[in-house]
Design a protein. Structure first.
Length: 358
């Protein structure tokens, strides 16, 4: 392998590392542009690093804008706080054991439980919010959660956040696509054909010029965004001289919003309908069908918030909670079928089965 090929391989590795983000394990990432439907990227939740999971952003052009979404990570129950660690893993922490503390982007909840959030600002916000919830009565916690849920299920605000992210980074994403083609296409071809020579140095000079343009765009776009982008000028300096940082400069801007991320269901109309509906059904089943659901006269607080959202958006109950098609008793939470003499699902902690006529 020649020196040039080694340098190319090292640069490709550095670029892929820049495409990685450490996010909450239950996070959703929407990626798209100004007018098209946005795609969804999920982290590798089976791999836990610093209480979060790695997520690989799209490495190939055309480069896309990104925005965060989160299901409700913290749901107050009567005796405990339920914490969603991943899509399939939740823990409950008794209120008298809850001691939230923020450390950078990590939120420590008790002696054993910690959770990564998407920014230090969000970690501080939730540390204070959970401290306030701990001192409230159950009725007050119920009202506080419903207020929080209503705010994060604002579909118009979620769409505006995504649109603002795309418009803000449009020029930077275009320059990033040019840089990608120049780095992995033009310079590689020139080096392969001419070897070390003046024409390769000229191509590298053009690359440096484009990086300076990207650095200038970064400084212009991030003017007034210092809280969300610490060390802004130092980052701009890195963008000017390091191609991998220049290629992912738009990500630093689109993911720098410290406002509370919307609930993933607030992306109704932004992402594909089938993906959204599958997520809505899963979240509804998890919130609604808990042990004792058939005897409870009231909905759990999370299910109450979801039901209010579905009614507000005009979504029929048969869409988010379709009746079972099986002729056997079915677990309404996981969908497993059982024989007629079985009444509860052991896999879901004793959730009562749903009869075909229910």
């Amino acid at each position: 392998m020649t020196d040039g090929q080694t340098l190319f391989a090292v640069f490709a590795l550095l670029y892929l590392i820049e495409c990685l983000r450490l996010v909450p394990s239950a996070a959703w990432m929407a990626a798209g542009g100004e007018k098209s439907r946005w795609g969804v990227v999920r982290p590798w939740s089976r791999l836990q690093i610093a209480s979060g999971s790695p997520l690989l952003l799209s490495a190939l052009p055309p480069h896309q804008a990104h925005t965060f979404g989160l299901p409700w990570l913290f749901v107050p129950e009567l005796e405990a706080l339920r914490v969603r660690l991943t899509d399939s893993q939740c823990v409950s922490i008794a209120w008298d054991k809850l001691a939230p503390q923020a450390e950078q982007s990590t939120l420590h909840l008790d002696a054993a439980t910690r959770l990564r959030l998407n920014s230090p600002v969000q970690a501080q916000l939730w540390a204070q919010r959970l401290t306030d919830w701990r001192d409230l009565t159950p009725e007050q916690r119920h009202s506080a959660f419903l207020k929080h849920a209503h705010a994060t299920l604002d579909t118009q605000a979620a769409a505006k956040t995504a649109t603002r992210s795309a418009e803000r980074t449009k020029s930077m994403r275009l320059v990033a696509s040019i840089l990608f083609v120049w780095c992995f296409g033009v310079i590689s071809v020139i080096y392969h054909r001419f070897g070390d020579g003046f024409i390769v140095l000229a191509a590298a000079g053009v690359l440096l010029l484009v990086q300076f343009i990207q650095s200038w765009l970064f400084l212009r776009v991030t003017r007034g965004m210092q809280p969300g982008i610490p060390h802004r000028r130092w980052r701009a300096l890195g963008i000017a001289f390091l191609p991998q940082l220049a290629l992912r400069a738009a990500d630093a801007v689109s993911l720098a919003d410290d406002d509370e991320p919307p609930h993933t269901l607030a992306w109704s109309g932004l992402i594909k309908d089938d993906i959204w509906l599958e997520s809505a059904r899963r979240l509804w089943r998890e919130a609604r069908y808990t042990p004792g659901w058939s005897q409870n006269e009231t909905l759990p607080v999370e299910a109450e918030a979801l039901q209010a959202f579905f009614h507000r958006e005009g979504i029929a109950e048969t869409d988010y909670d379709p009746p079972p098609a099986s002729k056997l008793p079915v677990c309404p939470r996981c969908g497993a079928e059982f024989q007629t003499h079985i009444t509860t699902c052991s896999s879901c902690g004793g959730v009562e089965l749903r009869s075909p006529a229910a």
